[in-house]
Design a protein around this ligand. Structure first.
Ligand SMILES: [Zn+2]
Length: 727
């Protein structure tokens, strides 16, 4: 038997959260501990070397999963386990098994207290001594690790699988043909969570299913609905008082329809993810709460802005429990109406403000040939100065979260955001416009990444296209915050337009906290329980608030990736300077947090920002006319079907502002001409009755009559691929 330690997706960036905290014992100490317990025989030396390698690549306080495979095969299963263990911060130990079993080595791997799960590749079943393994699992002190048989493929020996699964399964069959097959999650406590009873459409011909055995006492964790049948693909059975899970092999081309990258990626690894999450429990990376937010791009604070009636929206938020952030264009900083200002100030739990560009003059943060980095950096600084004025004038605080107009900026601009102590950027994609996604196959499972300029970039989802329930459920299962956005015309059919999404999110996860974007970014961290009952923390933001919900006083050992060139000006906890260490690309600090308390960490970088010296005046006539045109578009043009059609054509074709001006001009001329004809008609017929309800006198219609649902039909791409604000 050969031992091999896989190095799960060692992306040095944050997608590989098995970081190395400064509080680990040194390598030397660990090696000594490992060697000290062991004798001198070669197997034990192998173990010691193995442990040393393991320690060098992972956290000290970790749980392990042992994967048994035959030499050179089961690569798909290995990749699934690498992604899942990496996602949850567990270490994966790979053991090659051959016909000449080394039961002693297997016993030792299973008996280690850190081992929380054992996985056998379907093709390796014949090479593992079942009785010896089950005996070792039984003999383990404390709770036994669970066992997963992963990647059972069609054609494998039915009697072997029958024996291993306690008669619950006889093999695996490829689904030959089926109209509209569906992936169907079961409902099992502690395993399916938010995925319970969720159905997801699958492309035909890409799935396999398990052939049920004579013993039917199984829990179906996932099944496939094909034609009129529902067949299991992932089950849990109890064999000799042990939990044994069995999952079918996944076809490599098993992507779901459309561009739902997250969904298809997740379905390929769902059994591994469910199993690893189950085995890890609190010892795996997890969020303390679920978060969600709804953002409306572009409005300023006037009652009403386009179709946004703030007072009515507040009523909907109270009834359906959600929160609205306004992606606020800093240029509008001095235009707010007192009534709306009071509404925002009085209800910070329902309304908040984030930053949306500076002037919002079309692609304001575009490629550097069109607008150099220096000019973009100046705009980022001016937007802070204007928002500071906004706060002074209105008394409404704002979150230093940047939502770029049109599309996310190039990576260098994200670097500037970090330098100027912005908290995060949130856009329809988290990959800068001049970058490509990292190759790690786990990329995209979380909406936040620090892969670009070492700055938190977070993905959000348009609700102007329908968002499938399964997309929400998968994100909640993964502990991802759900960030939605829309524009004013989303409310064309009524101010209740978002209620359905809020209800769906709250039904799927009643513990969802709807918050402002700043609050959500301050909770962009994951925790996992250490062996000493304290917590490791993986932070994604330079400003986090640690909630101790553990029921006991705990120390939080925070690790925050710190790879940028910025100089750290200060690290504070609750406003006071606090000691920290920089080590191997991470900023580390340990913070005692009393039970039930919250302590907030803030990292500030050095920069040349002096808000008082930055001009906030609106001295560009081009920007002035563009903003006036936008107001006209949202407040007047959008109120007619023809106007909405123009807006949606503009949005759909990514045209420049010149075309908008042209359209507005044409529209205005047409309106003036129509008004003139109407006036002339009435002048010539002075005795004609002025009937109530005459459409020609009622002006542009607002509301239900104009609601053809075309916004939803127009956008074909799935939530993860919709574009940002095109206003
Ligand atoms: Zn916008």
């Amino acid at each position: 038997m050969i031992f091999n330690c896989s190095n799960p997706l060692q992306n040095p960036k944050v997608e590989a959260p098995s970081w190395v905290p400064a509080y680990c014992l040194g390598l030397k100490g660990m090696a000594e501990a490992a060697f000290g317990k062991m004798g001198t025989d070669s197997l034990r030396i192998t173990w010691a070397v193995f442990l040393l390698a393991l320690v060098s690549a992972s956290s000290c306080y970790s749980a392990d999963v042992v994967f048994l495979r035959s030499s050179g095969s089961a690569t798909a299963e290995l990749e699934q386990l690498e992604i899942a263990t990496n996602f949850y911060g567990l270490d994966l130990k790979v053991m090659m098994v051959s016909s000449s079993n080394d039961d002693l080595a297997l016993d030792r791997a299973v008996e280690r207290e850190d081992t929380v799960g054992v996985v056998i590749a379907g093709e390796a079943l014949a090479h593992v001594n079942r009785d010896a393994l089950l005996r070792a699992l039984h003999h383990r002190r404390g709770s036994s690790p669970s066992l997963l048989i992963l990647g059972v493929a069609p054609g494998e020996d039915p009697s072997l699988l029958r024996t291993w699964s306690g008669g619950t399964s006889l093999g695996c069959k490829r689904l030959e043909s089926s109209l509209r097959p569906q992936y169907l999650f079961g409902r099992v406590d502690g395993l399916t969570w938010q995925l319970s009873d969720i159905e997801i459409p699958l492309p035909a011909g890409t799935a396999s299913y398990l052939v049920p055995g004579e013993t039917s006492a199984v829990q179906r964790l996932a099944s496939i609905r094909h034609n009129d049948q529902v067949s299991p693909i992932f089950i849990e059975a109890t064999v000799q008082q042990l939990k044994i899970f069995v999952a079918c092999a996944v076809s490599s081309d098993g992507s779901v329809t459309g561009g739902e990258k997250l969904v298809s990626k997740f379905l390929r690894i769902a059994p591994a993810m469910m199993f690893i999450r189950y085995c890890a429990g609190e010892r795996g990376w997890h969020a303390l709460h679920h978060y969600a937010n709804f953002t409306i791009d572009d409005p300023w604070l006037r009652q009403r802005y386009g179709y946004v009636d703030y007072k009515a929206l507040f009523g909907e938020m109270e009834k359906h429990d959600f929160h609205t952030t306004i992606a606020f264009i800093p240029w509008n900083y001095d235009r707010s109406e007192p009534g709306v200002v009071s509404l925002f100030r009085d209800h910070p739990a329902r309304f908040s403000i984030a930053i949306h560009g500076d002037n919002h003059d079309h692609k304001e943060f575009t490629d550097y040939r069109s607008k150099p980095l220096a000019a973009q950096t100046a705009a980022l600084k001016q937007s802070l100065a204007r928002m500071d004025r906004f706060q002074t004038l209105t008394g409404i605080p704002y979150d230093k979260v940047m939502i770029f107009p049109h599309s996310i900026a190039p990576e260098g601009t994200l670097e500037a955001l970090k330098t100027y102590n912005y908290l995060a950027t949130i856009n329809s994609t988290n990959v800068p416009q001049d970058a490509v996604p990292p190759p790690a196959s786990s990329f995209g499972l979380r909406p936040v990444t620090l892969s670009f300029a070492d700055f938190p970039s977070v993905a959000r989802y348009s609700v102007e296209a329908p968002i499938p329930k399964y997309f929400l459920a998968i994100n909640q299962f993964l502990d991802n915050p759900l960030l939605f956005y829309a524009h004013s015309d989303f409310f064309e059919g009524g101010i209740d337009a978002f209620d359905g999404v809020a209800d769906e999110v709250n039904n799927l996860e009643p513990d969802t906290r709807w918050r402002g974007l700043g609050d959500i970014v301050k909770h962009l961290y994951l925790v996992k329980r250490r062996d000493d009952s304290n917590y490791d923390v993986l932070a994604f933001s330079n400003s986090i608030c640690l909630d101790n919900v553990s029921g006991r006083d705990s120390v939080f050992y925070v690790g925050k990736q710190e790879l940028g060139h910025q100089t750290i000006n200060s690290v504070t906890v609750d406003g006071r300077n606090y000691p920290y260490q920089l080590q191997e690309g991470y900023l580390n600090l340990s913070i005692p947090v009393p039970m039930g308390n919250t302590r907030c960490v803030a990292i500030q970088y050095e920069n040349d920002l002096e808000l008082a010296s930055i001009g906030t005046s609106k001295d560009s006539s081009y920007v002035y006319f563009l903003r006036m045109a936008s107001d006209f578009r949202d407040n007047y043009l959008s109120k007619s079907s023809a106007g909405l059609a123009i807006i949606r054509f503009y949005n759909g074709h990514e045209e420049g502002p010149a075309l908008v001006f042209a359209w507005v001009f044409v529209f205005t001329v047409v309106c003036i001409y129509a008004a003139y004809r109407l006036w002339a008609f009435l002048w010539r017929t002075p005795h004609a009755p002025n009937k109530a309800g005459n459409p020609s006198l009622d002006g542009p219609s607002v509301g239900a009559g104009n609601k053809p649902g075309k916004t939803r039909e127009r956008i074909q791409s799935r939530p993860s691929e919709t574009s940002d604000s095109t206003r």
